[in-house]
Write a protein that binds this ligand. Structure first.
Ligand code: HEM
Length: 166
């Protein structure tokens, strides 16, 4: 069966319900994402170097603001409200770059490739995703080295998530 819209969400499994997850409820998770973080607990990490939580919150905000304006790409996201997805991205990135592990406390191991399987990540969608992210990075006040470090990471990570030919 061919799908009318190749970007539409295919219900293979629900990436938003992870059975291994324990920890705070969704509401708590959303609230935790705006709690203040003491950067001295994370000294020596890129997380602390770039400025910690507010910087990742802003990056995720700008990324999803850009996605929201892209009707075709946005149709791939299963939820009406992009806010929870934005918070998941923020907390994942905070954890990845050495900050608090709130993401895994709530969502379990990231297993990003597995979580992306229900979505049509082909070369085109990968590049659209990267376009939104690179635009968001460009709107931030990051040092050239930090901006390049993030771009390089996203480029490699997005390539590793491709799960459809084409
Ligand atoms: C560097 C590349 C990427 C990173 C770091 C990333 C990160 C994430 C994270 C952390 C989630 C939430 C997972 C969860 O807790 O359930 C997610 C969800 C999702 N991602 Fe990605 N992603 C990347 C690339 C892509 C690409 C290339 C696409 C599409 C072509 C994509 C589409 C989606 C969709 C549709 C969701 C579900 C939205 C949601 O969380 O509710 N992602 N991604």
């Amino acid at each position: 069966m061919t799908e009318a819209n190749p970007l539409s969400h295919r219900v293979v499994n629900d990436p938003l319900s992870n059975p291994v997850v324990t920890g705070p409820s969704t509401t708590e998770f959303l609230e935790l994402a705006s709690a203040e973080v003491d950067l001295s607990d994370f000294s020596g990490t890129l997380y602390a170097e770039v400025g910690g939580r507010p910087v990742f919150a802003e990056l995720a905000r700008l990324f999803y603001a850009s996605v929201a304006q892209d009707e075709e790409f946005r149709s791939m996201y299963p939820e009406q409200d992009l806010y929870p997805a934005r918070i998941r991205l923020q907390l994942f990135l905070e954890q990845y770059w050495g900050g608090p592990s709130t993401y895994s406390q709530h969502r379990g191991h990231p297993r990003l490739r597995m979580r992306h399987m229900p979505f049509h990540v082909d070369a085109h969608n990968r590049d659209v995703w990267l376009g939104h992210m690179n635009k968001a990075i460009g709107q931030m006040d990051l040092s050239p080295l930090h901006a390049e470090t993030l771009r390089d990471y996203f480029d490699r990570a997005a390539h590793s998530l491709v799960n459809r030919p084409g």
